[in-house]
Design a protein around this ligand. Structure first.
Ligand code: HEC
Length: 312
């Protein structure tokens, strides 16, 4: 049951991730209709994946707030990053996979040209080649267990890069995909962007200027709640019309704390399925203090409404 819910939720996350749909073997066509009927990951994809031409000019862009961008090509990464094969319980393929890739920290070191410790305390936006943006916190990105992978060792027959099509829409995750190898590093909390084209270090508020509780004091519960919201919720939920679109906007026109009792909001966030069968994942790891901080954030935002739907 739990794993089924998880799968549903993960499917939902990928809604915004439709980059170039894979031209499936023999179809020459793109789009979901060209996908094979089942997601059988390794075998059927193998020959198709291995014979597809490598994307031309496979590069990953590393930028700071959209500027001072630097592009690193795959050959450079492979030569310098300590390439290895990693085994992952992959939530999007729904099975155990072996990928070729670099420790994410090494890739960041090469891309930014210095030790990446400075990312702690910043936000990192992973941008897919179709423009989809997945924000995360720098300190999470620096955690052990992250890999930037560029090929699926189960299907590439040693001729990297090649991937089997991924996720419900069966798209090609190239050129880059970030995966996590440690227990608990699931896509609800860790960024697993595929079709990755750019790693951009910037504040999430540059991207979404109306989600911050501007004016709250440093160290306030509302600001702590904002941190949790950015890392665990914003991929799916908007505030003031800015953020993810998988779940409802939680601030406009009415704030969640204006129409639901606080205890219910907290219980819902922790375990949505105790209310209804839901596409929202459980957040049982959020303790009472962190839930109170989220509520403080929602309250703060309810006093800072900016409704893009009004008056337009
Ligand atoms: C994977 C996407 C996803 C993530 C991550 C997510 N949610 Fe949701 N959430 C949803 C969806 C979809 C709904 C709509 C109803 C449902 O399916 O439960 C929802 C509903 C809600 C509701 C109920 C809204 C209502 O009016 O009933 C609240 C409150 C909420 N989410 C808060 C949060 C908070 C806080 C976080 C982060 C800790 C979070 N959600 C993370 C997808 C998500």
């Amino acid at each position: 049951m739990r794993s089924m819910r998880l799968a549903v939720a993960l499917g939902a996350i990928s809604v915004g991730l439709a980059c170039a749909p894979r031209a499936w073997a023999g179809s020459g066509e793109s789009g979901p209709a060209a996908a094979p009927p089942s997601a059988a990951p390794a075998a059927p994809g193998a020959s198709a994946a291995a014979t597809d031409p490598a994307p031309t000019g496979t590069v990953l862009r590393f930028s700071r707030a959209g500027s001072s961008a630097r592009e690193v090509d795959l050959a450079t990464l492979r030569a310098r990053c300590g390439e290895r094969v990693v085994t992952v319980e992959d939530p999007y393929y729904g099975t155990r996979k072996n990928f070729r890739g670099c420790p994410l920290r090494e890739a960041l070191r090469i891309g930014f040209g210095e030790d990446p410790s400075w990312l702690a305390g910043r936000d990192v936006v992973f941008r897919a080649t179709d423009g989809y943006a997945k924000p995360s916190s720098g300190s999470r990105v620096l955690e052990d267990g992250g890999f930037l992978v560029f090929s699926d060792a189960d299907v590439d027959g040693g001729r990297a890069p090649a991937f089997a099509p991924i996720d419900r829409k069966q798209i090609d995750p190239a050129p880059f995909y970030v995966v996590w190898t440690k227990p608990g590093q699931d896509p609800h909390r860790f960024p697993w962007p595929y079709c990755l084209g750019e790693i951009d270090v910037r504040q999430v508020t540059d991207l979404y200027p109306h989600v911050a509780p501007v004016g709250e004091e440093a160290g306030s519960p509302a600001l702590a709640g904002f941190e949790t919201f950015k890392s665990d919720c914003i991929a799916c939920h908007a505030i003031n019309g800015e953020g993810g679109r998988i779940g409802p906007d939680l601030n406009v026109p009415r704030s969640i704390v204006e129409y639901r009792p606080v205890d219910q909001v907290k219980e819902y966030v922790r375990n949505p399925a105790s209310f209804r069968y839901s596409n929202m994942p459980a957040h049982e790891y959020l303790d009472d203090r962190r839930l109170d901080e989220l509520v403080a954030y929602f309250r703060a935002m309810s006093r800072r409404k900016h409704d893009p739907g009004k008056g337009s």
